[in-house]
Design a protein around this ligand. Structure first.
Ligand code: GUN
Ligand code: ZN
Length: 432
């Protein structure tokens, strides 16, 4: 099937954390994107004769087409408890998360939540979420079954957790291994899916289980691994008590073969320089989750160390719902800006939009497929509306440049500013 979109588009070609912004993007004020079989076949200036015969052209006037956003760290099962009051990480897990997650042994419930969750993601302009399921294999099946209806490029995995959690949320080293293996056989590389080996974090797995996670990560070709690291200072102390022989938090994961390309570590708020160095050298990824780090009072992520230092670390952006408080990457960027401000690093609009698109795609080793608008890439696209609300329209009328307009959008915008979302060329969301 062939289709075509006309309108302004923006797509990064370089890295605005390294180079002058002006040299790192392509902006077409009147662009044309031709799509066939889910992929972009042409992206450039609009020329009438480039529109294939018989194809209806969809014209997005006053919008800006960008690559679909990536949410590289999120927990779909936590949507029913997002915005839970008053606790920091460890108490918050006990009091809210571990109560809610027990409900996912019920597959019907899991399907229903996954459906609403994915609706919210595409409404916010996200086309690639990388999500945690729960310890229940049913929760993984439910997610992929819903994602398949939308044709998303996405990944999830069964949470591995065999200690320090309620009985209803514990597996064993053996069942955790076997179930992960079976789920990966079913879902990994089916369509655009990938399986993510998912040890929750070091405190909820025995060394034995972390070793099994390392084996799975190695045995499933192209699999991802996701976990949490260095989010909260009480968590850090706990990890030191549980693993006294390791040099630092990352070293625990490293010891079990969990640090390398396609290993995604959420948070990393309190990393020490030796950990940053090792992440960089190993090609592993940190996922920055600003709304979550603020909501749980976890701390201020060092984005400058991550991306502007001599030894940068692959860094992606995540909502971390349900500790995070918004599905909208625009809101996440707004909070990322404020966190960076508190660390005297003024994140620019181009850096921010790069981070949520091509930057995250590169960080998670998916940039051969997604993250930019160019021939050969998946047609996962989001249409932004600069004039989405009366306030945005008013404020934008005073803006003079593209970066100013983008910055206003990430400061005042949210899912109302997402006019449409396309997944593999198919329109799966229209706001109006
Ligand atoms: N650390 C371990 N599990 C979790 C979780 O579910 N959310 C967050 N934010 N941190 C965690
Ligand atoms: Zn998380």
């Amino acid at each position: 099937m062939t289709s075509a979109l006309r309108g302004a588009f923006l797509s990064y070609t370089g890295n605005p954390f390294k180079d002058v912004a002006e040299n790192t993007y392509r902006y077409e004020s009147d662009g044309l994107i031709v799509i066939a079989d889910g992929k972009i076949t042409y992206a450039g200036a609009y020329e009438a004769n480039r529109v294939p015969a018989g194809v209806t052209l969809e014209h997005h006037r006053d919008g800006l087409i960008i690559p679909g956003f990536i949410d590289a760290h999120v927990h779909y099962p936590q949507m029913p408890m997002v915005g839970a009051y008053g606790k920091k990480l460890l108490e918050w897990l006990d009091k809210y998360v571990f109560v809610t997650e027990q409900r996912y042994r019920d597959k019907t419930f899991a399907r229903q939540v996954a459906k609403v969750f994915l609706r919210e993601q595409i409404k916010a302009g996200v086309t690639t979420p990388i999500t945690y399921a729960t310890v229940h294999p049913e929760a993984v099946d439910a997610y992929f079954e819903e994602a398949e209806l939308l044709g998303l490029r996405t990944g999830t995995g069964k949470v591995l957790m065999n200690r320090n959690a309620p009985e209803g949320l514990r597996d064993t080293t053996q069942t955790g291994y076997d179930q992960s293996k079976a789920l990966a056989e079913k879902w990994h590389h089916r369509g655009r899916f990938f399986y993510v080996v998912t040890p929750r974090f070091a405190p909820t797995s025995t060394p034995d289980q972390l070793e099994a996670a390392g084996a799975l990560f190695k045995e499933i070709p192209g699999a991802y691994m996701q976990t949490h690291i260095s989010e909260n200072t009480d968590e850090l102390k706990w990890v030191q008590e549980l693993f006294p022989d390791n040099k630092n938090y990352l070293d625990v994961y490293d010891h079990f073969g969990l640090v390398g390309p396609r290993a995604l570590f959420g948070h990393g708020v309190h990393l020490v320089e030796a950990e940053w160095q090792r992440l960089a050298e190993a090609g592993a990824t940190i996922v920055h989750c600003p709304t979550s780090n603020l909501f749980l009072g976890s701390g201020l992520f060092n984005l400058e160390r991550a991306l502007v230092s001599a030894n940068p670390v692959r860094t992606a952006l995540g909502s971390d719902i349900g500790a995070g408080t918004s599905f909208s990457p625009l809101v996440t960027l707004n909070e990322a800006y404020k966190v960076a401000q508190l660390r005297n690093f003024p994140l620019s609009a181009h850096q921010a939009f790069y981070l949520a698109t091509l930057g995250s795609a590169r960080a998670i080793y998916q940039d051969q497929h997604i993250g930019s608008i160019e021939a050969g890439k998946d047609a996962d696209l989001t249409v932004l509306d600069f004039l989405a609300t009366p306030l945005l329209a008013e404020r934008e009328s005073y803006a003079r440049s593209l970066d100013e307009r983008l910055f206003i959008l990430m400061t005042l915008g949210d899912d109302r500013a997402i006019k449409a979302t396309y997944v593999a060329g198919r329109k799966v969301h229209t706001r109006d």
